[in-house]
Design a protein around this ligand. Structure first.
Ligand code: PLP
Length: 384
């Protein structure tokens, strides 16, 4: 059988090789430390689990409307109002299967054959692949420590061409954990809109910020698209639930796409997610956010002592983007050797673009395990 040509533009995740090897080592009885996976060790908060169980017991198992149940769209709108003091019409909120579903919707809305979308290099790899699946071209703009690895308005001026339809940024970002300032997002939106294009802001790590206020790009106006998810802040990765906030005039077209692509977001997950905004859940999540901040500080200090550079201090998400240039070889080789020698799994920079001297460390494990991981890395480095 011959596969479609588009498959040739889709790369596998390099980290899957690491993960597979790590799993084999674990099966052989080794104690592997996982710092490669993009989800913390916390289970979904209990009030959400209970609401999900109740929904299933009550038979809430049939399709919902393509944009999600009104109760959840309203609850998300209320959350924007109470937390950020931003009024969002629930009709602008489309509930999706994860942020992944929201990204599929918005890119399917905008990307034509040969359209270009500006993305960051390094950046979340699925976006490049989604753009190419749709027949477009991702323009992976190299971004460095000088802009905290973020795309800014001057990049738009430099890289926007006739075929460019959108720029996609994430704040906080994966793999760097850096945050865009509201003034920077405003300038980006103006630069995109002035060229007849769209700005998409992926806020999937919203709320997971350290030492700075909770923010949303929606405070800046209606003329941008915002992607969000219950996966990370609400610790519901496996429930597959996210949302897209659109300018009002594009909702009907997005709804048509949602009907055809997904029919509906997962039903029980939607009822469960209603409990995400309850005070008891938010208290659990806040304690976990503080725990993540402790882990961030612990790992950042330990990695610096081991000689890794952290050129842009992460203020959000749960990743550290560490320069491993001092090791004198591609980070991917280091990752393989480190796993084999010391059973510590981290993600090579290759997965996020061309910065192959970098590593992504996910601080998704308790502090004592992070310390143990750094001891093992130290042992590996001194063993030559
Ligand atoms: C930046 C970013 N966007 C989107 C996603 C997709 O997340 P989900 O579909 O679980 O909401 C991820 C997952 O790691 C991510 O890091």
């Amino acid at each position: 059988m011959r596969y479609a040509q588009r498959l040739s533009h889709i790369e596998p995740f390099h980290v899957m090789r690491i993960l597979e090897a790590a799993q084999q080592m674990q099966a052989a009885g080794l104690n592997v430390i996982h710092l490669e996976v993009g989800e913390p060790d916390f289970p979904t908060p209990q009030p959400i689990v209970e609401a999900g169980l109740k929904a299933l017991a009550e038979g809430k198992t049939l399709y919902t409307g393509a944009c999600g149940i009104p109760q959840l769209r309203e609850a998300i709108a209320r959350f924007y109002q109470t937390r950020f003091n931003v009024i969002v019409d629930p009709a602008r909120i489309i509930v999706t299967p994860g942020a992944s579903g929201a990204l599929q919707l918005i890119l399917a809305l905008l990307v034509d054959q040969d359209s270009e979308v500006l993305l960051t290099d390094p950046g979340y790899p699925c976006n490049r692949h989604l753009v190419s699946l749709l027949g477009g071209t991702s323009v992976n703009v190299p971004v460095g420590a000088d802009t905290r690895f973020q795309l800014l308005a001057p990049h738009i001026e430099q890289h926007w061409h006739d075929k460019t339809v959108a720029a996609l940024v994430a704040s906080p970002a994966n793999p760097t954990g850096t945050v865009l300032e509201p003034t920077e997002i405003k300038a980006l939106a103006q630069a995109c809109n002035a060229r007849g294009g769209a700005l998409i802001v992926d806020e999937i790590y919203q709320g997971l910020v350290y030492g700075r206020p909770h923010e949303t790009a929606l405070a800046l106006g209606e003329d941008l698209f915002v992607v969000n998810s219950f996966s990370k802040y609400f610790q519901m990765t496996g429930w597959r639930l996210g949302w897209l906030v659109s300018p009002p005039e594009h909702v009907a077209a997005l709804e048509k796409l949602a009907q055809n692509l997904f029919l509906a977001p997962p039903t029980a997950a939607q009822w469960a997610a209603l409990a995400a905004f309850e005070p008891a859940t938010l208290a659990i999540i806040e304690a976990r956010r503080q725990e993540l901040d402790n882990r961030r500080q612990c790992l950042q200090g330990a990695l610096a002592q081991l000689g890794f550079g952290i050129p842009a201090t992460p203020q959000g998400a749960f990743y550290l983007w560490a320069d491993a240039g001092h090791l004198g070889r591609p980070a991917a080789h280091f990752c393989e050797d480190l796993l084999a020698a010391q059973a510590v799994a981290v993600t090579p920079g290759d997965d996020f673009g061309s910065q192959i001297n970098f590593l992504r460390f996910a601080y998704t494990q308790p502090t004592h395990i992070l310390e143990e991981a750094c001891n093992r890395i130290h042992n590996y480095l001194i063993s030559g």
